[in-house]
Design a binder for this molecule. Structure first.
Ligand code: ATP
Ligand code: MG
Length: 588
């Protein structure tokens, strides 16, 4: 279906006045220093994530507001800002009593249960560095991360511990304390070599004086998704909270009465920056669903919890699309006013799907584990160009550069020209290091530019368009082909649920384009459909860019965070080594 390439916003599309109402003027007037001054800062000096997110609200008029509503599988549990303050104080006291101090590392390996959120925020209060782990990791990735991060404390559950950690415990030389959280309101049973989280919490005081932290003190260690290779550990500091506040305001447009739902797990940076910190900084209520994805359940949450702002990912949207619009039609979303997505390119088809099925277009935004927060976004006041990631937020300078790969870059001034996306270094949530990999970290910077490793282009209106990761771009007969464009064209065919496109070496043209697609539930693979898809994309893209080969597959390989792994499609196609598979979904 052919659609317009602009979704204009009319005043009646906006239920509240957007925080970023005048893009040019607010960008011009913006300074990080002024933004930081809008946060409280620690009494007596310094900056602490948990003070800004919890403590300052618990002391004022927001104290009785609901901070988190956990939707358990059986019942919901709520924590007001005041309650959250008390619980996080208790946890900070637990750490202190165990002799865990500032700069020590705490890892968390649980589902999305209250103890995860309490221990992360409590650790910040104690100056302890936090690294949340995705609960589906197997023993190998856990051991790598716990050792690389020199974990001193681990908060986990009995099940996780018994299944994955008990047998590797002897190989975790830095790990001094394992705290087991009870399940279903029962304290964890005694397990040798562990302590009871619940018993320690029950004994601890509700009063705690936050350990003074400075903006440059390390706060978080986050591992990247492993889409392009072995995951890297990105170090973030307490000062990042300024970006979390600014981006919650401008990119997610949070207003005090919002009900916000970020579907990302805190094991990934989105789930910490926007599933924990940013909504708290704005004093809003966050919904946290402990259960896994289920289309019907998700629509019900959006409806029954009266979610106003929803932050999700292309992989989830594709799954909802795959499940069909009929399920969505059973629900209504009168309170929903803004939907945003991050993690992978958002195909235009998905933007429109939002408008048609949920009543609102989906707003794509772009950032990375390394950037710590949203950098480029479509915000409520912007007209959307479906397929574009939007424009740089206030405080962010983005450009397109030509990178010779040998430390020389040249800024490309022309519009619509592809090159590497670069950001002017210096925003507060920029990573401060790749843990134990100084050399790789240094290679990300040239002069005052941070090089993202993604290819993009900028149009005449200042919108940025994602082309592909630099590793994934295809060179065919003198053309540079971004997989995203080809995948988006395939997605426009009603049968296609997901598409992954790679370059396959060819002696004549360098590389030919090969596509892998999976089908929506009501379509069956056939040779006829395969040829129809090839014809469809050739008509859209022209013969030079369209795939020469196309294979229908049951599903595409994805990272545990839901991203299509093109490097794996390619390795398998070419019979090459598959590389680091620890982040492959469904791997042990
Ligand atoms: P690794 O660095 O280990 O290969 P990763 O890059 O997938 O994994 P993340 O930091 O979770 O790890 O993801 C950031 C990357 O995700 C970006 O560099 C970009 O390639 C992709 N991405 C995120 N948001 C978008 C978006 N809106 N459009 C296109 N790509 C996006
Ligand atoms: Mg990356």
């Amino acid at each position: 279906m052919s659609r317009p390439n602009l979704i204009s916003k009319l005043p009646e599309d906006l239920r509240v006045t957007p925080n970023l109402a005048d893009y040019a003027e607010q960008r011009f007037a913006f300074s990080w220093k002024a933004a930081q001054a809008e946060l409280a800062g620690l009494p007596g000096g310094g900056l602490n994530m948990a003070y800004e997110a919890v403590e300052r609200h618990a002391k004022n008029g927001f104290r009785d507001r609901v901070a988190f509503r956990f939707l358990g599988t059986e019942r919901a549990r709520e924590f007001t800002y005041l309650e959250l303050s008390k619980q996080t104080n208790r946890f900070a006291n637990v750490l202190k009593k165990l002799g865990v101090g500032k700069g020590d590392k705490l890892f968390v390996l649980t589902g999305r249960i209250p103890a995860l959120y309490i221990s992360v925020l409590g650790a910040f209060k104690n100056g302890t560095v936090v690294s949340p782990l995705f609960s589906a990791f197997g023993p190998e990735p856990l051991m790598t991360r716990l050792n690389l991060g020199e974990a001193k404390v681990l908060v986990t559950t009995e099940q996780q511990y018994r299944r994955k950690l008990e047998k590797i415990r002897a190989q975790l030389p830095h790990l001094e304390h394992v705290l087991l959280v009870g399940e279903a309101d029962k304290p964890a049973p005694e397990v040798p070599g562990t302590k009871s989280y619940d018993a320690l919490m029950a004994e601890a005081s509700e009063a705690f004086e936050i350990v003074p932290t400075q903006p440059e003190d390390m706060a978080l260690l986050h591992f990247t998704s492993g889409t392009t290779g072995t995951p890297k550990g990105a170090v973030h500091v307490h000062g990042a909270v300024v970006t979390h506040w600014v981006t919650g305001k401008y990119a997610l447009d949070l207003h005090p009465n919002d009900i916000f739902w970020c579907t990302a797990d805190p094991g990934w940076v989105t789930g910490t920056s926007y599933g924990i910190l940013s909504p708290l900084l704005h004093g809003v209520t966050s919904i946290i669903d402990e259960a896994d994805f289920d289309a019907e359940r998700w629509y019900r949450i959006l409806q029954d919890q009266q979610v106003t702002v929803w932050y999700t990912a292309p992989t989830a949207i594709r799954m909802l699309m795959k499940a069909g619009a009929a399920i969505a039609k059973k629900y209504t979303f009168p309170k929903l006013r803004f939907i945003a997505s991050v993690g992978e390119p958002l195909n235009p088809e998905a933007v429109w799907w939002g408008k048609e099925v949920l009543g609102l277009p989906i707003h794509d935004n772009w950032w990375q584990t390394e950037t710590g927060g949203i950098m480029i976004a479509n915000t409520p006041a912007f007209d959307i160009k479906p397929g574009s990631m939007g424009r740089p937020l206030p405080g962010i300078e983005a450009c397109i550069v030509e990178n010779d790969g040998r430390g020389r870059v040249k800024i490309i001034d022309e519009v619509d020209k592809e090159g590497e996306l670069a950001l002017k270094a210096g925003w507060p949530s920029m990573m401060r290091a790749y843990l134990n990999n100084e050399e790789k970290y240094k290679r990300c910077f040239v002069g005052d530019l941070y090089l993202t490793g993604d290819l993009a282009k900028r149009d005449k209106d200042g919108y940025f368009w994602f082309v592909g990761r630099s590793d994934d771009v295809i060179k065919s007969a003198g053309h540079l082909i971004g997989p995203f464009e080809v995948e988006s064209a395939l997605m426009e065919h009603p049968a296609v649920a997901e598409a992954g496109v790679i370059g396959k070496p060819d002696s004549t043209v360098g590389e030919i384009v090969k596509a892998f697609v999976s089908l929506k539930s009501d379509y069956k693979p056939s040779e006829e459909l395969r040829l129809e898809l090839l014809g469809h994309v050739r008509k859209k893209m022209g013969a030079a860019i369209a795939p020469k080969e196309l294979e229908i597959v049951p599903s595409l390989p994805r990272t545990r965070s839901g991203k299509i792994m093109r490097r794996l499609l390619k390795a398998r196609e070419l019979g090459l080594p598959e590389g680091d598979l620890s982040m492959l979904e469904n791997s042990a």
